[in-house]
Write a new protein. Structure first.
Length: 498
């Protein structure tokens, strides 16, 4: 899957690659600037390897002042900048711009301060998600958002994508667990968003910034909200012989007034893919299984587990199993969190989608995905955050087989557009990036896209930060057949064309 993106657009900068590289070398130590193809190739894509491009250069600054200098030089040369963390994103958000510079923040990997009394941690953007919980564990605290990639993904990337995880139903997404962000604009100006107070004056720009996919600024420091560890956490695993019954059980849990710490669903194809890899004890004969976690005091957990067992039994569960130890609880979750690598064991390639739907439509959408498997001639395993309707279909294909890449992309697009049709959205936590930019034309009208662009231009007037991502051009929407262009004229000139 070595697919370079050819936009057919003219280079946005009159500066040559050599001039850009020399300018960067003049402000950074030589070891912080990579420009040879063999050195920049590891940065050509993120976790979504369908789309690739080589940048002019990759810079790896070591201080905030160096980041400022890089941004100011690139601004003066009109060179696009793509900020990058660990590269674990799954929407192409960190894919380089072919006439731009990748700004790698891997060296910003220090936890600057932990305040157990205030339950906060101040970290640099290159700190790994799991490293935060490991560092604050001795204080009886942890960082709640836990993406499946938490062993590798970084806090800066989590902020960019507004990442979630299996515990986001009860404890929220990244936006609910970030108190402050220190960031740099494309001009190199330092801006702090948010505060340690319950509220901050003026518009809530922190919420605008979190999830903006590197389009508004470059993060250099994040203040995180920490959560006390519960006295006990227990998982109940429920098996169902029909996905509709499992869907009804999810709705039943929420209707009963229960907000589990985590509520996940896996279909049969997913459990049969994962079980040989993790040996989590999954019921591979079930059409679907639910993993539902309760946490709190011993008494609270016992009562909640009992209530959830009643809901699942009423919904038609064929088997119920409650974790008997912390090790077994972690094993249940290990299976869910290792679904992606398990897919890599059974298929040469896989394509992980990310759409969100109303919970009541889970059964309908899963049945539709089964029909799409026949239509596109590809297998799909489903693992998702059932509690909030965030789907993660894993489309399996072989890029060495003619047209399978195209069929996988079409399969994914069909799932996203179905998500919109049933009242959902094209992303839950992976972001739009380059992957879902066509579906932005499906979900939003041109006035709404104009508002998105107005926000971007307020932060980045020249549109140099992560361009050609998230906000589609009018021409793209017209080509995709989802937006009308009157008499061949561009009636919406504000949309970027880069």
């Amino acid at each position: 899957m070595n697919r370079l993106i050819d936009t057919g657009l003219e280079a946005p900068s009159p500066a040559t690659p050599a001039q850009v590289t020399l300018a960067l070398q003049s402000i950074l130590p030589m070891h912080c600037v990579l420009s040879r193809p063999e050195d920049t190739r590891p940065y050509e894509c993120d976790g979504l390897s369908l789309y690739r491009a080589l940048p002019i250069a990759v810079v790896l600054p070591e201080t905030e002042a160096q980041v400022q200098s890089v941004l100011r030089v690139c601004k003066s040369l009109n060179v696009p900048v793509v900020a990058r963390g660990a590269g674990t994103g799954l929407s192409g958000g960190a894919m380089p711009h072919a006439q731009g510079v990748v700004l790698g923040l891997a060296k910003f990997n220090r936890i600057r301060r932990i305040d157990p009394g205030a339950a906060i941690a101040v970290v640099e953007p290159g700190v790994r998600n799991l490293a935060v919980s490991e560092a604050v564990s001795p204080y009886g605290l942890y960082y709640a958002p836990d993406p499946s990639s938490q062993i590798a993904c970084t806090i800066g990337g989590n902020v960019a994508e507004n990442s979630g995880g299996v515990h986001c139903l009860k404890y929220g997404l990244t936006v609910h667990n970030v108190l402050k962000v220190r960031m740099l604009t494309m001009d190199g100006d330092i801006v702090e968003l948010g505060s340690l107070a319950p509220d901050s004056p003026g518009p809530d720009l922190l919420s605008v910034f979190v999830g903006s996919e590197g389009m508004l600024g470059v993060v250099t420091e994040v203040t995180l909200r920490l959560t006390p560890k519960p006295a006990l956490a227990t998982v109940i695993m429920a098996s169902f012989d029909d996905v509709e019954k499992a869907s009804d059980a999810v709705a039943g849990v929420i209707a009963a007034g229960i907000i589990p710490a985590g509520l996940e669903m896996m279909d049969r194809q997913a459990t049969r893919m994962v079980e040989p890899f993790v040996k989590a004890g999954y019921d591979t004969s079930a059409a679907a299984i639910l993993l539902c976690e309760s946490d709190g005091t011993v008494e609270e957990v016992a009562e909640e587990i009992q209530r959830m067992e009643a809901v699942f039994s009423k919904a038609g569960a064929t088997r119920l199993q409650v974790s008997g130890s912390e090790a077994e609880r972690l094993l249940f979750w290990a299976g869910r969190k290792n679904a992606f690598p398990a897919a890599g064991r059974v298929s040469p390639d896989y394509y992980c989608m990310d759409g969100t739907i109303p919970r009541r439509h889970v059964g309908r959408v899963l049945r539709a995905i089964q029909d799409m498997e026949v239509r596109f001639g590809l297998r799909c395993a489903n693992v998702f955050h059932a509690g909030d309707g965030n789907l993660h279909p894993l489309i399996m294909f072989d890029s060495n087989v003619p047209d399978e890449v195209e069929r996988a992309e079409a399969f994914g697009a069909a799932i996203l557009e179905l998500s919109v049709e049933v009242g959902g959205t094209i992303t839950g936590e992976h972001g739009v990036g380059i992957e879902k930019i066509n579906q932005m034309c499906v979900q939003f009208n041109r006035e709404e896209l104009d508002m998105f662009l107005a926000v971007k231009r307020a932060f980045d007037p020249a549109c140099l930060l992560n361009p050609e991502k998230v906000i589609p051009t009018l021409a793209r929407c017209a080509e995709y057949g989802k937006m009308h262009v009157h008499q061949g004229a561009i009636a919406f000139p504000e949309l970027p064309r880069f």
